[in-house]
Design a protein. Structure first.
Ligand SMILES: Cc1cc2nc3c(=O)[nH]c(=O)nc-3n(C[C@H](O)[C@H](O)[C@H](O)COP(=O)(O)OP(=O)(O)OC[C@H]3O[C@@H](n4cnc5c(N)ncnc54)[C@H](O)[C@@H]3O)c2cc1C
Length: 547
């Protein structure tokens, strides 16, 4: 008699990590927690912790997936053929928007000002984008609008209470009937985005308002309740407030043409629009449109740097989590020396970004301080440039840590990877940021002194940092600020600031690794090239969200 062979298990799942869910995004991010305390928002630790746990729950992470798997669709007409120019979203998007607005990421530092308010918000943004980055777009634009509205006191008085509300209201109805509103902005036209003076949209005076005719080529979050837009008035390029509904309750003539089919940022709607006699009100003076809207740009650029910092943190968290649970050649990946080096190098980049953006956020808390004002004017484009530039490279390397798993859609890695280049492009692309740093230095030369004074507080603590700073200041003294060298200057300045922050306040192993790889030698190659003498094990372990 022959025995039947034992059944062979064909679908046993072995050596795959547990999903990274039901964890505390804040509590497991040491660099972020330390920076929040250091930069003056220690009062927010508890609430950031509960926000971090809410975001890290399996349900919220699933909402992030759904909002991207089912992107928004345009609903331009009603069943009778009347224009409605609306966008329809998956319920998960509204759930996530509710979370972001409930936390006050759109306006809380304005609504409830206190020392550290911008820092606390910055930490919230860094966490929010890790779960779903699309919601950052309307949230950020609303954050940036509030200071720009100072130039239109009557509109500000009417709209501020609605903008300050933490009750998200998804309905497309007139603003006075809503529990909370959001705002967007329209600058970019087909013929020019960086060069805003090329704007062609026309603004014709009509009573106390203006009639707008023209288009915007990129117009994100078109379901917002109002927008700041640029248009050519008789006195030159000007900034206008354009609501979706007019005071009589009718829809304004803002017509959505189509939604963009984007590389990433799928959950967020970005549209092309035309204005066919839309009604808008002047913000500031005619001819002063760029300076008015640029006021908003400082805040949105800060958020690009925060966004990439958060996306990088999530990529590193995913990579280190995977490597801690996956074995190859009888050893966990995180314990394989070459992989440990890769993880430590990624972690250093993420920690350096975190330290810098929270320091920058503190400059936004010191609104009235002239030195901090000059500092943030120069550092905002500089930080946006360098942090957003590092993002895609880090995202690609972190994805590779997951091997083939990293490249499939179900892993969040693919989404992070597609999202990362965007922060480098919108709100002013890389070159434009570096040229803006030169402009800031030309207008407020003291900004460089403030930055150097901050860097010098670390003098003597690390010879590699000292040598880097001496070389940088010598080069500036010799060559000045040349346009063709702007990227080189900005990169080296940001590295000096990151180095100083890490040397003074950061983890000792991280600071040592940073100075060895980013200052003593130029890290122009791949991640995972940290030299001998760095405690790569300690760095890789420190960054891992151990669950
Ligand atoms: C998904 C998405 C959503 C967006 N949403 C909005 C929105 O809601 N509202 C809005 O107004 N805009 C929005 N934008 C537009 C975005 O801000 C612009 O695309 C960006 O500012 C660049 O402008 P541009 O596309 O016209 O490129 P260009 O201005 O043509 O620039 C092309 C390249 O040339 C470089 N460059 C430009 N000038 C110089 C120079 N003097 N020296 C050297 N290099 C230079 C730039 O850095 C860039 O790399 C969005 C873009 C994207 C991708």
């Amino acid at each position: 008699m022959t025995m039947a062979p034992a059944p062979f298990e064909t679908h046993e799942v072995l050596n795959q990590p547990p999903p990274l869910v039901d964890y505390d995004l804040f509590g497991t991010d040491r660099a972020l927690k330390e920076a929040v305390v250091r930069e003056g928002a220690d009062w927010a630790m508890d609430e950031l912790g509960s926000f971090g746990r809410k975001l890290g729950s399996a349900e919220t992470i699933e909402a992030g997936r759904l909002a991207n798997a089912y992107p928004p669709v345009p609903r331009l007409f009603d069943r009778y053929g009347r224009r409605i120019d609306e966008v329809e979203f998956h319920p998960a998007w509204h759930e996530l928007m509710g979370l972001a607005i409930g936390e006050g990421l759109h306006t809380r530092p304005w609504a409830e000002p206190r020392p550290g308010a911008h820092v606390a918000r910055a930490a919230g943004v860094i966490m929010m984008v890790q779960i779903e980055a699309g919601v950052q777009c309307p949230t950020t634009m609303t954050y940036g609008v509030v200071p720009a509205l100072k130039k239109a006191p009557a509109i500000a008085a009417e709209w501020r209470p609605r903008l300050y509300s933490r009750q998200y209201d998804k309905r497309m109805i007139p603003a006075p009937e809503k529990t909370g509103v959001l705002m967007g902005m329209g600058m970019t036209e087909k013929q020019g985005g960086s060069d805003l003076r090329a704007n062609m949209t026309r603004a014709t005076p009509a009573g106390d308002a203006y009639r707008l005719d023209g288009h915007k080529w990129f117009f994100s979050a078109p379901m917002c309740d109002a927008f700041l837009v640029l248009a050519q008035a008789p006195g030159g390029l000007s900034c206008f407030f354009l609501p979706r509904f007019l005071p009589d309750g009718s829809r304004n003539a803002l017509h959505v043409q189509r939604l963009k089919d984007k590389l990433g940022n799928k959950a967020n709607a970005s549209s092309e629009v035309e204005f066919h006699g839309a009604t808008a009100w002047l913000v500031g003076e005619e001819g002063r449109g760029v300076p008015t809207i640029i006021e908003m740009g400082n805040y949105t650029r800060l958020d690009c740097a925060l966004g990439s910092t958060g996306l990088m943190r999530q990529a590193v968290a995913q990579a280190s989590h995977h490597a801690a649970h996956r074995s190859a050649f009888q050893k966990r990946l995180i314990d394989q020396p070459l992989m440990t080096n890769v993880l430590a190098d990624l972690a250093i980049e993420s920690e350096a970004a975190t330290a810098l953006v929270l320091r920058l956020a503190r400059a936004y808390d010191a609104q009235e301080d002239p030195a901090e004002t000059a500092f943030r004017r120069m550092l905002t484009p500089a930080a946006k440039y360098w942090i957003c530039k590092r993002g895609p490279a880090l995202g690609a390397e972190a994805m590779e840590v997951l091997g083939g798993n990293g490249y499939v859609e179900e892993a969040i890695m693919a989404r992070l990877y597609r999202e990362l280049p965007l922060n480098s492009i919108w709100e002013g692309s890389g070159n434009v940021m570096c040229l803006d740093v030169l402009r800031a230095l030309a207008k407020t030369p003291e900004a460089l002194d403030v930055a150097l004074a901050e860097i010098q507080t670390a003098r003597g603590a690390d010879r590699r940092l000292d040598a880097h700073v001496t070389a940088l200041t010598d080069e500036v003294a010799r060559d000045g600020f040349q346009e063709s060298q702007a990227r080189r200057l900005v990169e080296r300045l940001v590295l000096a600031l990151q180095g100083a922050l890490l040397v003074r306040h950061g983890d000792a192993a991280v600071a040592n690794g940073f100075c060895a790889s980013r200052l003593a030698s130029s890290q122009s190659g791949a991640f995972g090239t940290l030299p001998q003498g760095i405690d790569i094990r300690a760095i890789a372990e420190r960054t891992r969200p151990a669950i």
